[in-house]
Design a protein around this ligand. Structure first.
Ligand SMILES: [Zn+2]
Ligand SMILES: [Zn+2]
Length: 185
């Protein structure tokens, strides 16, 4: 499997908080964390308040990596990523579960937080080195601050979603119309 695809885990964690709304945080209690781990039965069953506290802290630190890249400070972003890589080392194993061919899994041991974050930061590290660090993006459709990975071939992505792209286009169109109207009057 393509290890850079694990970078999606980082995006998914950061985007559990929608900074454009006062009630936009989906990781406020253990029920929220269990919902977040819905597709990871082992983590869902064993996660604790400690995981909740750690996942919330890591979420902020991962957001900082995206925000620093967005602000043009790639070296600082990569230092922060390196710190996370050191704190959450991967523990790779080869496995042939469910009749699949032998393949690599990054991290199957440790707490739910350790397993999740080790994969997420290794995925980010793979993506920024196979492509470039500026592939880490923050949505440009104000007030949205969701993060995303730009894997487009021409590095053109600016928004987290189609919805935000549409909203930004409509806003730009209205601004142009207003300008034309005031120029005509
Ligand atoms: Zn597998
Ligand atoms: Zn957005």
């Amino acid at each position: 499997m393509d290890l850079s695809s694990y970078a999606d885990l980082a995006v998914r964690l950061v985007n559990t908080e929608d900074l454009s709304r006062p009630d936009g945080d989906h990781l406020t209690d253990l029920a929220g964390l269990r919902a977040f781990f819905a597709d990871r039965p082992r983590s869902r069953a064993t996660c604790t308040k400690n995981d909740l506290r750690e996942m919330r802290a890591i979420r902020g630190r991962l957001r900082a990596v995206f925000e620093l890249v967005e602000a043009g400070d790639v070296p600082h972003a990569m230092r922060k990523l390196n710190t996370l890589l050191g704190e959450f080392p991967v523990r790779p194993i080869v496995t042939d579960h469910d009749d699949s061919d032998w393949h690599l899994h990054l991290s199957e041991s440790g707490s739910p937080t350790q397993r999740y974050v080790a994969r997420a930061v290794f995925g980010l590290a793979t993506l920024v080195t196979e492509l470039t660090p500026d592939r880490l993006g923050v949505c440009q459709s104000d007030p949205c601050r969701f993060v995303f990975l730009d894997t487009s071939t021409n590095r053109s992505r600016r928004y987290c979603s189609e919805r935000c792209a549409t909203r930004a286009n409509v806003a730009a169109y209205r601004a142009r119309r207003k300008e034309q109207a005031s120029a005509a009057s």
